[in-house]
Ligand binder design. Structure first.
Ligand code: ADP
Ligand code: ZN
Length: 719
């Protein structure tokens, strides 16, 4: 009988691989990295199971021995291993790739986990030093004397790191962590509503308890999170806080630091590798009290995780849209359940999934109906642009509204759905449009850099208006649609004395630019903010009193059944930036469809009522959250090929489960590949997963080599 381990490799292969453990190795735990032979290569893998004295005698003669064991202690803790196995099964994504996606790059490649320790220590002479030891070790002797005579007070050892190490190893000195001086921080006084919510949540902190906090924008969800976090950390727990965007981490961390003097770390994809490694390691060793991170932080290892908070739980960036297509909130729920800890999900515009879970009493529901500063929610003006026509994006109502606020030294925010200048260029004479060569979409015109840019495949071309189209009618080329650059330009023309700033991924492409912008805006240095989604999420601009939504119409008739939900969330979230602190805020929406239910129901009755109606519609249509979906997508470089393939699948499985499609993907051609999709729908989640797995196996077996395919369980973007 042999000892065998199962190893998960970072390869797009389902299943794990078995290797023999050499006899001299008797201690190997699941979760450690190992180096194994794989074909001609040596690969780093993660041990997921140890099978001592394996009964499978028959196969063992075929197995190879592993080369070496890299770690003494697991890098994938048993908790993360369990979570990863669940995620791999649920999302039907290879276990190895799931586990490796939880690790910092350095660890992935087999590197050492050496982390520089920059905590401050006090050094103490142990009194055991022998004179003979110091013979010929003058430097050590000198430092030792210094430490001995310091009698436990601080000694500057920064320049003597190696000498210090030798002394520590000799046992002649020891060290203790220096007591940190506690900063004086602000105290939170909760409002009545916050206090009630706080008590309800803190009643049960030692078992799995999911709670949805539906709190209007400005109701003070963050202060509530902070108070709860403080209590948990004071009792030696760690708290994980997930925010949807990198943009929100610096602001969130500042607000936490205002109130709490704890060890707070951040984790997101824009950190340097070293910083990620450090955050990962300090979670693992329990150094971090509070970790604030984006979706992938849900896979960080903790020593004593006692609470998970998901902020803006409705936000679609919590779902990874490629490769391993997981939803961070859903993984968080499983993790909280595994650990028997509470989980809070907060939003002013909760997802219908979470609202449904409240209806069926899987989640507790806490409502915060009032804004903390008791300001009213913004008053809404819907501008019918068929009557009050817009010029370059601005109706006269909007201009008048802006003028009033700017005269009062207030801030204005203009929300635009797209970056760039205009989403298309058109020649009025020959009808030429700026279509992308490789995709079924138009290329966006970026005036600032004078280029056309396809936001789908990334193709960029310089613009020369003289011969952009066949008929060379330079002066007849017109921009179609409103992008941030166009609105910025016009705002500057309309309000030459005001400081205008554009915020989109073209202008803010790193954290320091973002911080800079947040500071400028808070210090009142910006009068008009023009931006995309990026501006909307979670930000708190104290002086902002008017929000203008330039154009809502493109979103109103989306093909995606989640279209209405998403646009309703967007409107409420943008509106929520207005009038948060003192004065009453205003919202101006420009539309050609003032009678659309969004305009009437949502704006009159609020999100809570509106979402109840949408839930009813979903039930009638048997769509999520009242049922479950999975989405298969196939692409090849030949038009129609994917469709034929998916039709075959439909014919095989149609009698066993509801299949919608196949159909061309909403953008059929992308980067010279043609995309088709098939949706599977069932009321029974288990059954859906099982059928999806059968279809996945069929695809793996029968696809041609030029096919690419993907499976998305619980897809939220049908685009
Ligand atoms: P939300 O995240 O619910 O939209 P915020 O947490 O941003 O709302 O709170 C809105 C404003 O009210 C913020 O400026 C916040 O600092 C302030 N605020 C909320 N609760 C308190 C509190 N208990 N004490 C002091 N200020 C608070
Ligand atoms: Zn393209």
């Amino acid at each position: 009988m042999k000892n065998i381990i199962n190893v998960a490799l970072n390869l797009p292969l389902y299943g794990t691989y078995s290797y023999l453990i050499p006899e001299e190795i008797d201690d190997i735990k699941p979760g450690v990295r190992v180096e194994v032979p794989f074909g001609q290569k040596k690969l780093v893998g993660i041990c997921v199971r140890v099978d001592k004295n394996s009964k499978h005698k028959k196969h063992t003669y075929k197995l190879k021995y592993l080369n070496s064991i890299i770690d003494k202690k697991p890098v994938v803790t048993s908790e993360i291993l369990k979570l990863g196995k669940w995620a791999s099964e649920y999302y039907q994504y290879p276990l190895g790739q799931v586990l490796f996606s939880c690790l910092p790059s350095k660890i992935k490649s087999g590197g050492d986990i050496k982390i520089t320790d920059d905590r401050e220590y006090i050094y103490i002479a142990t009194g055991k030093a022998l004179d003979s030891y110091f013979r010929n070790k003058h430097a050590q002797k000198k430092l030792y004397n210094k430490i001995e005579s310091s009698e436990g007070t601080e000694v500057d050892v920064r320049k003597n790191k190696t000498i210090l190490k030798s002394l520590l190893e000799s046992g002649y000195i020891s060290r203790e962590l220096k007591e940190r001086e506690r900063k004086i921080t602000k105290k939170i006084k909760l409002s009545k509503d916050q206090e009630l919510a706080y008590r309800k949540i803190m009643k049960n902190t030692s078992s799995f308890a999911p709670t949805l906090i539906e709190g209007v924008t400005g109701s003070g969800k963050t202060e509530l999170y902070i108070s709860i976090t403080k209590e948990i950390v004071d009792n030696n727990g760690q708290v994980l806080i997930i925010v949807p965007e990198i943009n929100l981490t610096p602001q969130t961390i500042l607000r936490f630091q205002d109130y709490l003097d704890f060890n707070i770390s951040i984790y997101h994809s824009a950190l340097t590798e070293t910083a990620r490694l450090k955050a990962w390691a300090s979670c693992l060793n329990g150094e971090v009290d509070i970790l604030i991170g984006t979706r992938s932080a849900i896979f960080l290892p903790f020593k004593n995780l006692k609470m998970i908070i998901i902020d803006e739980e409705h936000d679609s960036s919590l779902k990874q849209s490629e490769k391993f297509r997981y939803h961070s909130r859903d993984i968080a729920l499983v993790r909280a359940k595994n650990n028997s800890i509470p989980i809070l999900m907060g939003s002013a515009t909760p997802s219908l999934e979470s609202l449904y879970n409240c209806q069926i009493e899987k989640f507790s529901h806490i409502l915060l109906k009032n804004r903390f500063h008791n300001t009213k929610l913004p008053s809404v003006t819907v501008v019918d642009t068929k009557v009050d026509t817009v010029r370059d994006g601005f109706s006269s109502t909007l201009i008048k509204g802006m003028k009033k606020e700017l005269d009062d030294k207030k801030q204005v925010l203009l929300f635009v759905g797209r970056r760039g200048f205009s989403h298309t260029l058109l020649c009025n004479v020959c009808g030429w449009t700026s279509k992308c060569k490789k995709c079924d979409v138009h290329m966006t015109f970026h005036e600032y850099e004078n280029k056309l840019w396809c936001h789908h495949c990334g193709l960029q071309t310089k613009v020369n208006f003289k011969n952009i189209c066949e008929c060379k009618s330079e002066s007849e080329i017109i921009p179609i649609g409103m992008g941030t650059e166009r609105i910025e330009k016009r705002a500057k023309e309309l309000f030459p004395k005001s400081k205008v700033m554009r915020i989109d991924s073209d202008t803010i492409n790193n954290i320091s630019k973002l911080n800079n912008f947040i500071n400028q805006s808070r210090d009142g240095k910006i009068d008009i903010l023009v931006g995309t989604q990026m501006l909307v999420k979670g930000h708190d601009f104290p002086n902002l009193t008017l929000v203008g939504i330039i154009d809502i119409d493109s979103g109103l008739y989306s093909l995606d059944f989640r279209g209405t939900e998403k646009i309703a969330q967007m409107i409420i979230q943008v509106a929520g930036r207005s009038g948060r602190h003192s004065s009453e805020g205003r919202l101006i929406i420009q539309t050609r469809k003032p009678k659309h239910p969004i305009m009437t129901k949502l704006l009159e009755n609020g999100y809570s009522d509106f979402s109840k109606d949408v839930l009813k519609e979903r039930r009638e249509a048997a769509l999520p959250p009242q049922s479950y979906l999975s989405l298969f997508r196939v692409s090849t470089n030949n038009k129609g090929e994917g469709l034929i393939f998916l039709n075959k699948i439909k014919n095989i499985y149609r009698d066993t489960i509801t299949i919608l499609g196949p159909a061309p993907a909403p953008i059929l051609k992308k980067n010279n590949r043609y995309y088709y999709q098939l949706l599977i729908n069932s009321h029974n989640r288990k059954f859906l997963l099982q059928k999806s797995s059968e279809i996945r196996e069929y695809i793996l077996k029968h696809k041609k080599s030029n096919f690419r395919w993907s499976l998305d369980i619980d897809p939220i973007d049908l685009y």
